[in-house]
Design a protein around this ligand. Structure first.
Ligand code: NAI
Length: 480
């Protein structure tokens, strides 16, 4: 029986391994982590991450051919294939601070693999890593190998949170990069044999190691660039009276462009986009390509601009001050159908409003008060470390309350901001909300999900990103 071990039981390691276990009953899969609380949660009825369909998959396989454990060394020792899906934070200190990937967790995983292995193994990069990481990992493994042979593969993960299970069941492609040697090709084939149990052959792409590593960074950079492009357009739409939804629909019907990923919003978030672009920028700079680095940097700059533009809209519309006003925040996760708040635009928007002394009442169907307080008081990039190693802030943000109901959040509020596109926000009783708010009552829709005309009929003053401006807002420029 082939044995797989995955180091890192996070948003990637957990779902990907659960699906491999489901689709390959003849393979034994162990997911290991240094975080005891994470593993305990994977072994409980309350999984550590919310992902539609994940519960069912885990329940079918757990205890059969899927195991979650903190005994990292035992499972690595036993495995034929070791996936590494640990954190790859952005460095906050030293060379490359603010851009380069911090490979501390990766390196310690590699050293541990070399230490405990007594048989040949395939080591698979699942984490997103800078180009040429495989070379470094290979050196660590071979210099500590005691005669054991390791083959390194790059198998970046393209799943999107919120649709992870669907994406894993039916991926656009699976990418496997390896050495162009007979041993490398044999390792590629071994991993291909796993995926081909449910993924059609033509969707399994094989490349050299560096192409696979770079393709992951490039794919995320392209996706984020689409969002920044449409968000840049949204600012111009507001200035000219065009409607960004009409513009993106028209643009997206061109088959060369396509309709996906063209929704204007308060900005992109999630653990990967910003981190991967910063990483790409750093690699370009290190390779003497400052023009290329500048080009990609701009994608992040527009994203930051969009978030501060949103905050400025809120403040300038409400008589240039939100001091001591109650602002309801609907949605805190970076997108719907996930409880993940890493790099969510809600953090910057909330911090911007708190900077103007607002009182915030926050509601998200999947995010806990503890998580929101941590996010609002944590330093940039600190979130990307194993949970028990994250610095905890001694203070809670006092002007923030977290409630479990949208009506409670909006009661007596002066304004409400929609920051995540949860379906339930589309069908709220906005008349009831209006009746219980201070007047004039403002809605700032950061996801373009409400029917602005209907809300205006109720009496709200409505701002929708990239849409023709409410007369109220027209004379109040929101220049970031
Ligand atoms: P995560 O933070 O949810 O999980 C990483 C896990 O690794 C943590 O539970 C941590 O405790 C564990 N860990 C760290 N060092 C360890 C060690 N030495 N031994 C055992 N366990 C260790 O992170 P996530 O989101 O799963 O991401 C993992 C990697 O995959 C990152 O490189 C990320 O950029 C990449 N990625 C993430 C995607 C996403 O949608 N979240 C999508 C594609 C790639």
């Amino acid at each position: 029986m082939v044995k797989i071990c995955c180091i890192g039981a996070g948003y990637v390691g957990g779902p990907t391994m659960a699906v491999i276990a489901l689709k390959c009953p003849s393979i034994e899969v162990a997911v290991v982590d240094i975080s005891k609380s994470r593993i305990a949660a994977w072994n409980s009825d309350q999984l550590p991450i919310y992902e539609p369909g994940l519960d069912g998959v885990v329940k079918q396989c757990r205890g059969r051919n899927l195991f979650f454990s903190t005994d990292v060394e035992k499972h690595v020792f036993e495995a034929d294939i070791v996936f590494v899906s640990v954190n790859t934070p952005t460095k906050t200190q030293g060379l490359g601070a603010g851009k380069a990937a911090d490979l501390t967790y990766w390196e310690s995983a590699a050293r541990m693999i070399a230490d405990v292995s007594k048989s040949d193994k395939i080591v698979v990069e699942k984490s997103t890593v800078p180009v040429k990481t495989a070379e470094a990992i290979e050196k660590i493994l071979t210099h500590n190998s005691k005669g054991i042979k390791f083959q390194i593969l790059s198998n970046p993960e393209f799943l999107a949170e919120g649709t992870a299970i669907q994406d894993l069941f039916n991926p656009d492609r699976v990418l496997i990069g390896g050495r162009e040697t007979p041993e490398g090709q044999k390792a590629i084939q071994a991993l291909k044999d796993v995926y081909s149990q449910w993924v059609p052959e033509e969707r399994i792409l094989t490349t050299n190691l560096w192409s696979a590593e770079l393709s992951k960074l490039a794919a995320n950079a392209f996706l984020a660039q689409r969002i920044s492009s449409v968000n840049a357009m949204s600012a111009l739409c507001e200035a000219t009276g065009a409607n960004v939804q009409q513009v993106s629909y028209s643009v997206g019907t061109d088959s060369r462009i396509g309709p996906k990923f063209l929704n204007a919003s308060v900005g992109f978030g999630g653990s990967c986009f910003q981190k991967d672009i910063l990483n790409l920028v750093y690699i370009c700079e290190c390779n003497g390509l400052p023009e290329v680095a500048e080009y990609w940097k701009q994608v992040i700059k527009i994203n930051d601009y969009q978030k501060s533009r949103f905050v400025n809209r809120v403040v300038s519309s409400m008589f240039n001050t939100v001091s001591s006003k109650k602002i309801a925040i609907l949605g805190f996760a970076f997108k719907k159908d996930t409880g993940d708040t890493r790099e969510t635009p809600a953090i910057d928007v909330c911090q911007g409003l708190l900077g103007d002394k607002a009182n915030l009442s926050i509601y998200d169907p999947q995010v806990t008060e503890d998580q929101i307080q941590r996010d609002l008081s944590m330093n940039k990039f600190d979130w990307d470390h194993p949970i028990h190693l994250q610095p905890t802030s001694p203070t809670t943000v006092k002007k923030v309350s977290v409630v479990w109901d949208a009506y409670e959040a909006t009661k007596d509020a002066h304004g409400l901001c929609i920051l995540t596109e949860w379906d339930e926000f589309k069908t709220l009783d906005y008349q009831r909300i209006f009746d219980n708010m201070q007047k004039p009552a403002f809605v700032f829709d950061g996801r373009n999900i409400v029917d602005a005309d209907k809300l205006r009929e109720i009496g709200f003053i409505v701002y929708s990103i990239g849409k023709p401006l409410d007369p109220w807002l027209k004379d109040m420029p929101a220049v970031a």
